[in-house]
Design a protein around this ligand. Structure first.
Ligand code: FAD
Length: 277
């Protein structure tokens, strides 16, 4: 089946060995001609240099890189400087986020919500960047209600975002509901599902608790029952995620954004599975 929009997400490697492994993974993924490759950014600028190095490498490989930019704790001056740096590097796409500071740090700085950052980017740079923002089909964990969260999402889009990427989820109906409600609220821009391949039970369960993504009971129980049997986890996870993506695409999702965790294999397996369906 056709996939439509395809993009991959990486995080900045911490070691030269990690950078070499990521460079090799990227080459394998490029065969699928992604629209862009995004690179995460630690809140408070903790990975700023790593994000910049990685987007430079991607651009130098002839691909479109999209740095994530989280604004919590940042000043307008520092964000303006970073935007200028990215423009000078030929970057034309940005994933604009609020980010999270470590607990106890509150939400200081000159930006309070991602919508403030989107507004600022448009004020400073006009149409220089295609702006992506985050969406939460299962609700952002700090939102008071799904309705509130949708209202804030719509504000963020109206502030000047071009498209959105979702937090990962395993329940296709949550995505369809969110997309339809956003559309009813006047948001016609693409909302691309973020897809998390399943390769490790403990990592997935820990991660999901942190970011408010629900791992359905039947998936959780199956994963736990496999214990340390990695082959069974991978085979089961592969089937679950390919079936989810198939449903999403058949239901009109505009494409897929794959959280690669810097590994080529799970994303390639997914694309191979979709190719045969
Ligand atoms: P916002 O859109 O600002 O929303 C955050 C919360 O504030 C929501 O509950 C929302 O309902 C509420 N809110 C928004 N506007 C208002 C308002 N006007 N009044 C009251 N409440 C409001 N984090 C990183 O640190 N680095 C990354 O690289 C990174 N990449 C990500 C990529 C994707 C695709 C996704 C989905 C998430 C990513 N994150 C990243 C995580 C993200 O930073 C966190 O989820 C963060 O808690 C929220 O960021 P946001 O941009 O969605 O915030």
């Amino acid at each position: 089946m056709g996939i439509g929009h395809l993009s991959f997400e990486f995080f900045p490697p911490k070691t030269s060995e990690g950078a070499a492994k990521l460079a090799a993974a990227r080459q394998r993924l490029y065969a699928h001609e992604p629209e862009f490759c995004s690179v995460t950014f630690g809140a408070g600028g903790s990975t700023q240099e790593g994000t910049l190095q990685t987007v430079r490498a991607i651009q130098a490989e002839g691909m479109t890189a999209a740095p994530h930019l989280s604004c919590v704790g940042a000043s307008r001056t520092s964000v303006a400087q970073l935007l200028q740096l990215y423009r000078d590097e030929g970057i034309r796409r940005i994933v604009a986020l609020r980010g999270d500071l470590p607990s106890g740090y509150g939400l200081g700085g000159e930006f309070h919500h991602a919508s403030d950052l989107v507004t600022f980017i448009r004020e400073q740079t006009g149409d220089a960047f295609h702006i992506e923002v985050a969406a939460y089909p299962e609700m952002h964990p700090q939102a008071r209600s799904p309705q509130d969260d949708l209202t804030h999402f719509a504000q963020k889009m109206r502030a000047g975002a071009n498209s959105a990427i979702t937090q990962y989820f395993f329940n296709a109906d949550a995505y369809f509901h969110f997309r339809d409600e956003a559309f009813a609220a006047g948001i016609e821009a693409p909302i691309v599902p973020g897809i998390m391949p399943i390769t490790s039970a403990s990592q997935l369960l820990r991660f999901s608790d942190m970011c408010g993504a629900e791992v359905p009971r039947w998936i959780r129980l199956r994963l736990q029952s496999f214990g340390d049997d990695r082959a069974s986890i991978t085979a089961f996870g592969r089937e679950v995620v390919a079936t989810l993506c198939e449903r999403l695409l058949r239901g009109g999702a505009p494409g897929l954004h794959v959280y690669t965790l810097n590994q080529a294999e799970p994303a390639l397996a997914l694309l191979e599975d979709l190719g045969t369906r």
